[in-house]
Write a protein of this length. Structure first.
Length: 329
């Protein structure tokens, strides 16, 4: 199951209390203060780890809490510091503070981390309060409480190229043909229910990551069909690969292409100006050549003709994607 949103509560550890204690030494009538400080509470960090590409592992655990600090003890023994807690996220996770309504951090790359809740400071023991005029202090401090935060996590997949298009345009078939990914393929709309990533390998040890984005329909930016639930994943892609069914059972390839372009513009103007490769798929079907001529004359830019089923033109598409991404053949 693909999960790209999650709500969690994080709580840092409380600081340990300071200790009130006095030495009891032989031949030292009054002794002196020797109460140690409390340890600091553990902090909560969110860390981007490349072993994850979904937030599913967070679904069964809503609360995350770091360890508290230990209390101070006599003989100037300080309490132990509470262990920090690292909550692992997939790269591309955006952290929102639910109560404050603000975005805290974008964990865009593997290894990025952010402290969402600092641990409470440990309280001082009575040894810290002694002075020349206050030689037997009886006071100490309590440790600071831990901090709780409600967070909303939003994942935006990071891919070099994103496959977009209407349902049943053949995006999943193209991804499975070009990579080792095996998305579900069937002859009904919305077969793909969640984005699927695949690594495409070309000759010369060249590779790039491609994402199959679930099919869009008119009104997706307003929530129609699968809605804008997955449009966010297109935002991070460097290149759009627009797959068009050149022989749709219903509709027209030209109108299908224009409808998706309109959805991108209405969702985010930045998507409309992303570099795009236009791909006419299903060239193995009867009437594809005639439709391709009409389609190519109606759209701006070069149109690559392929068949995801037979593999025709797929190798050329891979080389063109690489060229657009890196400016080289």
């Amino acid at each position: 199951m693909f999960v790209d949103e999650a709500d969690i509560v994080v709580t840092s550890g409380a600081g340990g209390d300071g200790c009130v204690s006095f030495r009891r030494e032989k031949f030292v009538p009054k002794g002196g203060p020797d109460g140690g400080n409390g340890g600091n509470g553990g902090s909560v960090y969110l860390l981007a780890d490349e072993q994850y590409n979904t937030l599913q592992h967070l679904a069964g655990r809503h609360h995350w809490k770091a360890a508290r600090g230990g209390h101070g003890r006599g003989k100037n023994c300080h309490g132990h510091n509470g262990a920090d807690l690292n909550v692992l996220m997939p790269p591309g996770t955006i952290i929102h503070d639910t109560d404050a309504g603000v975005t805290l951090k974008d964990l865009a790359q593997a290894g990025d981390s952010f402290c969402v809740a600092a641990g409470g400071r440990g309280g001082r023991g009575n040894e810290a309060f002694k002075s020349s005029t206050h030689q037997a202090p009886g006071e100490s401090e309590r440790g600071e409480s831990g901090r709780s935060r409600r967070l909303h996590l939003e994942l935006k997949l990071i891919a070099d190229a994103g496959l977009i298009g209407k349902p049943n345009a053949g995006k999943s078939t193209v991804l499975s043909r070009m990579s080792a990914a095996r998305p579900k393929v069937a002859a009904y709309p919305f077969t793909t229910r969640y984005p699927c990533l695949g690594i495409v390998e070309l000759a010369g040890y060249r590779r790039f990551v491609m994402a199959d984005i679930p099919g869009l329909i008119e009104g997706a930016h307003r929530g129609a069909g699968l809605g804008d639930e997955f449009l966010r994943h297109v935002e991070r892609t460097k290149l759009l690969v627009h797959i068009v069914d050149i022989c749709p059972l219903n509709g027209d390839p030209i109108e299908d292409y224009r409808a998706i372009r309109s959805e991108l513009r209405q969702y985010s103007p930045a998507l409309a100006v992303k570099d795009e490769i236009i791909v006419a798929n299903k060239m193995d079907l009867t009437g594809a050549r005639e439709n391709l001529k009409r389609f190519a004359a109606a759209v701006d830019g070069r149109v690559l003709a392929i068949s995801g089923v037979t593999g025709r033109g797929v190798e050329v598409l891979g080389r063109e994607i690489w060229r657009r991404l890196h400016g080289e053949e």
